[in-house]
Design a protein around this ligand. Structure first.
Ligand SMILES: [Fe+2]
Length: 273
């Protein structure tokens, strides 16, 4: 089951850091729409270390790489080690999931996909479809989700995946959502202990509750997409990250933090991604 347990620092809550869409390259000279994604990720890590908040686990919710390369994952592993926290990840549309599973252990990064921490469990799903941007959840991933939930009926559950399961009201981006989201949502709605569905992919923050389940997306550590934009557009917002505090009664508190936009300004003239 790829299951691990992590003891939280505090008995009454679990502290989570979400990092997403780093889009790292293997080569130092590459840029993503003009942004040095390794430099922006390092600036994010520096700010997090400076803040010194409690962090029990780090969740990296996909698009760790921009070029699918071995060296980009080696870079991620080397950089994330600075936090000295347990790190768990899932693949995004810009990742090579099978390569990641093969090499991450060599870099000291876990490949566990079901993390038990205090009164909560986290399920790291694969929704990647090779070489296309949209997501699709396969029956074996649905079975895995069901198994984890059924194995731990007394734990609150956070389902983590790369692709959004809700529209962000940007036509170009919404065509790249989890295409068969109804299959996942149909499953989790039957399970009363699923509290949160956490994603990356949309490079912008969303946070809403529907039918008792919270849906959250988070800013990228690299470039941000313009909210409510019909066509592709970049947003003048800084690279960001999200803290989540999950308490023993099932309550979720969360905050997005960002670094200054001026430090990593993308090329706004670029018309695509
Ligand atoms: Fe991304």
């Amino acid at each position: 089951m790829d299951r691990v347990s992590v003891k939280p620092k505090h008995q009454d809550r679990v502290s989570v850091l979400q990092l997403t869409d780093m889009h790292l390259f293997g080569n130092d000279d590459e840029r993503l729409l003009g942004v040095d994604t390794a430099a922006s990720f390092q600036a994010v890590l520096d700010a997090i270390m400076q803040e010194g908040r409690d962090i029990d686990i780090v969740l990296a919710t996909g698009d760790l790489s921009q070029d699918y390369s071995y060296d980009s994952y080696k870079r991620f592993a080397k950089m994330i080690k600075q936090l000295q926290k347990p790190v768990f990840w899932l693949p995004g549309n810009h990742d090579d999931g099978p390569l990641m599973r093969r090499i991450m252990p060599d870099f000291g990064v876990s490949i566990a996909r079901n993390i038990i921490c205090g009164k909560w469990q986290f399920i790291m799903l694969n929704t990647q479809v090779y070489s296309v941007p949209h997501g699709w959840i396969l029956p074996n991933e649905l079975d895995y989700t069901k198994q984890c939930i059924d194995d731990n009926p007394d734990l609150y559950t956070v389902v983590c995946l790369h692709h959004n399961t809700f529209p962000v009201n940007s036509a170009w981006l919404d065509q790249h959502e989890l295409k068969n989201k109804e299959e996942l949502l149909g499953l989790v709605y039957q399970k009363k202990n699923v509290k949160l569905i956490l994603c990356g992919h949309v490079h912008q923050e969303h946070d809403f509750t529907r039918d008792g389940i919270r849906y959250i997306s988070s800013p990228s550590t690299s470039i941000q997409f313009e909210p409510l934009s019909f066509n592709f557009g970049l947003d003048a917002a800084g690279p960001g990250w999200r803290y989540l505090t999950l308490d023993n009664s099932g309550l979720i508190e969360t905050e997005v933090h960002r670094i200054d936009f001026e430090r990593f300004v993308p090329d706004f003239a670029v018309g695509g991604y």
